[in-house]
Design a protein around this ligand. Structure first.
Ligand SMILES: *Cc1c(COP(=O)(O)O)cnc(C)c1O
Length: 383
């Protein structure tokens, strides 16, 4: 079949959409296995759960499989109730989405139109600026400080009467930085005074990995400011990334609008069953948190010993800079050894990398590969 070349009569995509590039996810295991002909690959690129998925979840998905010919219930009431109980917040403030990605996209589309603006940091989680671009909304970005902590004064300075959303990621991706709770509290207040129509989105995708969640999260402290929305996800500490389910604790008027504007069945029936089971499996979650916290120490110490600059992390990943002139080669040497991590070039940090905390064995293999590369990089030969 021949597809005819674009002509003046071809259907057109809007100009601001036609120029977009697809989101660049971490490399996949299959991709690297095929390219380098390896049998064993470890993937520490996408901050997934090092323990996999809870057995209770797998049983729940099996049990739910025969029901997939049904549509989910509108508004996912069982799920909303369970999340509200988990956080001890009113169900009226809870929204769920096809990953928290969907909620980010919806918040942008629900609150901003052309002429408005959104503020966030640079670098930050790629989805805030990318979905703002899809919606054709101006994005104003404040640089992180040199140590990658938040310059909240600068972020506030960028806001004006047309600012509709401000994004904070706590702990931050890709840096791992987590601001003191008081800084966030002050920023919510100052934003409210300077830009009364702006909503502060506090993305807490990694908050449960923080050394002290209560001391770092307004949500965990039970504070729900009227101009703040909190985002969490089941993709990381609950091990459900592939099922796509995230949630928000948001002001009630935002929640009402969300339910009316979202695609009606974006959270599927198996994701719902999986979450209800995951919330019951306290042991799996505790194990995940302890494996991640211990692994984080081991990786940080090991990377520092190998001569890397390592940034403190409150999340399930670590940002670091290896002592190499050619970061691309460092990355490829890791791939040759079957280790996939995340290059931060697309975040504007070409010399930096992000590695997810893996299982004890994965962490060990990763550190061994790093040691080989950094000690024998002149020969380029695997040890
Ligand atoms: C992983 C991640 C999310 C969660 O995405 P899902 O769509 O729920 O998988 C949200 N925000 C940040 C900063 C993340 O890193």
């Amino acid at each position: 079949m021949q597809v005819s070349a674009e002509s003046a009569a071809s259907p057109r995509v809007l100009e601001h959409i036609a120029g977009l590039d697809p989101y660049e996810p971490g490399l996949s295991i299959v991709e690297i296995r095929e390219k380098y002909g390896l049998d064993q690959i470890i993937k520490l690129a996408s901050n997934e759960n090092p323990l996999g998925t809870s057995n209770l979840v797998i049983d729940a998905i099996r049990a739910g499989a025969s029901g997939v010919f049904r549509y989910p219930r509108g508004g996912n009431p069982a799920l909303v109730r369970a999340i509200a109980e988990w956080h001890k917040v009113p169900a009226e403030n809870v929204v769920v989405g096809d990953g928290s990605d969907e909620i980010i996209d919806m918040l942008i589309r629900m609150t901003a139109k052309k002429g408005d603006n959104i503020v966030c940091f640079n670098p930050c989680f790629a989805l805030y600026p990318s979905q703002a671009r899809v919606a054709d909304i101006e994005i104003k970005r404040a640089r992180l400080k040199d140590d990658f902590s938040f310059d909240l004064e600068e972020l506030l300075r960028l806001t004006d009467e047309n600012t509709r959303l401000a994004f904070l990621t706590t702990p931050d991706n890709p840096t791992g930085y987590c601001p003191p709770e008081d800084d966030v509290r002050r920023f919510v207040r100052e934003l409210g005074a300077k830009a009364p129509r702006a909503l502060l989105v506090i993305d807490e995708a990694y908050m449960d990995f923080a050394p002290d969640e209560k001391a770092s999260s307004l949500l965990a402290s039970g504070e729900l400011p009227a101009n703040a929305a909190f985002l969490r996800t089941f993709s990381k500490s609950f091990g459900l990334a592939g099922l796509r389910i995230g949630y928000g604790i948001v002001p009630e008027n935002i929640a009402r609008a969300f339910w009316a504007a979202r695609l009606p069945f974006s959270v599927n029936i198996l994701a719902e069953e999986a979450v209800l089971a995951a919330l019951r499996d306290e042991a799996f979650r505790e194990k995940t948190l302890s494996v991640v916290r211990e692994g984080r120490e081991i990786l940080s110490a090991g990377l520092a010993r190998a001569g890397c600059e390592v940034f403190p992390s409150s999340a399930n990943f670590i940002m670091f800079r290896p002592p190499v002139a050619k970061p691309r080669e460092f990355f490829e040497e890791l791939l040759k050894r079957g280790v996939i991590i995340r290059r931060l070039k697309s975040y504007g940090l070409p010399d930096y990398f992000r590695v997810s905390v893996g299982s004890p064995r994965e962490n060990e293999l990763f550190l061994k590969a790093v040691g080989e590369i950094l000690n024998g990089s002149n020969t380029g030969e695997p040890a």
